[in-house]
Ligand binder design. Structure first.
Ligand SMILES: *[C@@H]1O[C@H](CO)[C@@H](O)[C@H](O)[C@H]1NC(C)=O
Ligand SMILES: *[C@@H]1O[C@H](CO)[C@@H](O)[C@H](O)[C@H]1NC(C)=O
Ligand SMILES: *[C@@H]1O[C@H](CO)[C@@H](O)[C@H](O)[C@H]1NC(C)=O
Ligand SMILES: *[C@@H]1O[C@H](CO)[C@@H](O)[C@H](O)[C@H]1NC(C)=O
Length: 215
C-alpha cells in the first residue's frame, strides 16, 4: 500500500480473514506509525510531478513526516520554501511511503484520516499495488487532484477487465474499462469525501476488502 500527498494525518489498520472473523495482523498508528514503511527517497520519476519525495532521514528532520503529541501521524508538503518557476522543473519536497508488507486475498485494509490536503497543486492518494506493478494492477482507494470536490476510486488492470455498470453502488461510474489509462473509476458523490467537506467533517474512514470474489 502506498500513501503520497502534500500534508495530512493518518492511521491505518490491516486485517486478515481468519475463520469468518478478522484478526488484526498489522496496526500502523501512534509513535510506531512509520516503522514498517519505505520512504521513496527520489524525485517523482513515475508521474513526473515537480516533487522530491524525501527519504526517511530528511522527511523526519524537516518535519514533513512526524507523529504529534496526540499520537497522530502527519505527512505534509514543504509549504514554506519559495520554489522558483524558472529554470523549469524545480522540485518541491513532499513524502511518499510504501508498506513493507504485502497483503493477500482475504485482507481488509482500513484507513482512518483526520485530514487530507486539498487545493490547487495537491494530489493526495492512498492506493495498493502488486509486487510487479504496474503489470499486476492497482487499486486506488483515495485519489483526488487539485480542486476536486469529491474523492474517486479506481482499478487499473491489463486489457479485458470491465466494471459492471449494473452493480449496486453508492458512487457514480465515470469510466468502466479498467484497462484504460484512467482505469475504471467510481466517483464518490458525497461532498464530505474530499476537500473542505472532508475537513469540516473532522475526517473519515475507508475500508477496502480485497478478496477472490471481488474488491
Ligand atoms: C525511480 O526511483 C526509484 C526510487 O529511487 C528507483 O528505485 C527507480 O529505479 C527509479 N526509476 C527510474 C525509471 O529511474
Ligand atoms: C537522503 O537524501 C539526501 C538528499 O538526497 C541524501 O543526501 C542523503 O544521503 C539521504 N540519506 C539516506 C540515509 O539515504
Ligand atoms: C503551511 O501548512 C501549515 C499546516 O501544516 C499551515 O498551518 C500553514 O499556514 C501553511 N503555511 C503557508 C505559508 O501556507
Ligand atoms: C452485472 O450486475 C448485475 C446486477 O448485480 C447482474 O445481474 C449481472 O449478472 C452482472 N453482469 C455480469 C456480466 O456479471
Amino acid at each position: 500500500m502506498l500513501l503520497h500527498w502534500h500534508g495530512s494525518a493518518l492511521a491505518l489498520l490491516a486485517f486478515l480473514v481468519q475463520s469468518h472473523a478478522f484478526d488484526i495482523v498489522r496496526d500502523y498508528s501512534g509513535e510506531s506509525f512509520f516503522d514498517k514503511w519505505d520512504f521513496y527517497g527520489n524525485w517523482d520519476n513515475l508521474t513526473l510531478g515537480d516533487v522530491w519525495w524525501l527519504n526517511a532521514t530528511d522527511a523526519m528532520s524537516t518535519g514533513l513526516a512526524s507523529v504529534n503529541e496526540a499520537g497522530h501521524a502527519i505527512m505534509k508538503v514543504d509549504n514554506t520554501t519559495n520554489i522558483p518557476s524558472m529554470p523549469l522543473n524545480q522540485k518541491r519536497n513532499s513524502v511518499r511511503i510504501t508498506s513493507q508488507d504485502f497483503y493477500d486475498y482475504g485482507s481488509l485494509w482500513i484507513i482512518d484520516l483526520l485530514h487530507i490536503p486539498y487545493g490547487c497543486s495537491v494530489w493526495p492518494a492512498f492506493w495498493a499495488k502488486g509486487s510487479l506493478w504496474p503489470n499486476d494492477g492497482e487499486i486506488d482507494i483515495i485519489e483526488a487532484i487539485n480542486n476536486m470536490d469529491h474523492n474517486q476510486m479506481a482499478l487499473h488492470t491489463t486489457t479485458g477487465c470491465v466494471h459492471n455498470a449494473s452493480i449496486p453502488q453508492l458512487g457514480a461510474n465515470t469510466n468502466l474499462d479498467c484497462g484504460t489509462g484512467a482505469g475504471c473509476v467510481v466517483a464518490e458523490t458525497q461532498p464530505n469525501s474530499y476537500n473542505s467537506g472532508f475537513a469540516a467533517a473532522g475526517g473519515g474512514v475507508w475500508a477496502t476488502q480485497f478478496d477472490v470474489s471481488g474488491i
